[in-house]
Design a protein around this ligand. Structure first.
Ligand SMILES: NC(=O)c1ccc[n+]([C@@H]2O[C@H](COP(=O)([O-])OP(=O)(O)OC[C@H]3O[C@@H](n4cnc5c(N)ncnc54)[C@H](OP(=O)(O)O)[C@@H]3O)[C@@H](O)[C@H]2O)c1
Length: 210
């Protein structure tokens, strides 16, 4: 399978990349700084570029079987549109080129999973720290949901750098209104890759937590 990973230099993206290569997939990554990719593998193709550059996105989408996105950033306190704009580019490029399968991380707490990241996030983190970021995530999800793609939106709980357990809860029912549920980035990557051979969550927005 030929896979494009967006955000492959990030903490979840790195897990996605190493696990995909372990599965013998042919992986292309679009990265702003190729020096950040520490892996070498004959199945790995590193393309330098920015998700905000539509021509570059079209180039990397060409010929792929599926696209996985772990796009994120740290510009928390100012209005941003990096997630929604970048995702819009992905969707347009994929629709134009007939690449259908898109699996994208957003977060519990977004849109109809509002409040499901626990009280601490609901009352403090989302309104005071990541308000603009979450507003852009909400827009990102809506763009994906109205696309013609075979999409799955993956909504993790709070991310950790723990090891892959390959055992976790997933689905519409997960998350908690009081407690903040966790999941490791390695297991989010595991879940996303498992969705490449599954139709269970086609056009769905599963949460993922322990
Ligand atoms: N933290 C949590 O508890 C939590 C909970 C639920 C969901 N999430 C979401 O999960 C996702 C992954 O999180 P993470 O911690 O793995 O993120 P991360 O470490 O911040 O990685 C983000 C990735 O996006 C890339 N990126 C940013 N802007 C880009 C651009 N314009 N063009 C191309 N690539 C770009 C970054 O590239 P560079 O290396 O070049 O910067 C990096 O590879 C994020 O959307 C995050 O909001 C987080």
């Amino acid at each position: 399978m030929r896979l494009l990973i967006i955000g492959a230099t990030g903490r979840t993206g790195k897990k996605l990349l190493s696990q995909a290569l372990d599965l013998n997939m042919e992986v292309t990554v679009l990265v702003r700084n190729p020096k950040k990719v520490k892996l070498t593998n004959p199945n790995l193709h590193i393309i330098q570029g920015n998700i905000l550059d539509f021509d570059k996105v079209k180039e990397v989408v060409n010929g792929q079987d599926a696209v996985l996105s772990a796009l994120g950033h740290k510009r928390f306190f100012i209005p941003t549109s990096i997630l929604s704009k970048g995702t819009e580019h992905m969707i347009q490029a994929m629709e134009e080129q007939g690449v259908k399968r898109f699996i994208c991380i957003t977060s519990l707490g977004v849109n109809d999973s509002r409040f499901k990241l626990g009280l601490y996030y609901t009352l403090f983190v989302i309104p005071f720290i990541v308000f603009f970021y979450f507003r852009d995530k909400a827009k990102q999800e809506k763009l994906i949901q109205k696309s013609k793609l075979d999409w799955t939106i993956v909504r993790p709980g709070q991310l950790t750098n723990g090891k892959k357990r390959a055992v976790y809860k997933h689905g519409a029912h997960v998350g908690n209104y009081i407690l903040t549920k966790m999941i490791s980035r390695a297991d989010v990557a595991h879940f996303m890759l498992s969705q490449l051979s599954s139709t269970t969550y086609l056009h769905k927005t599963p949460g993922v937590v322990y």
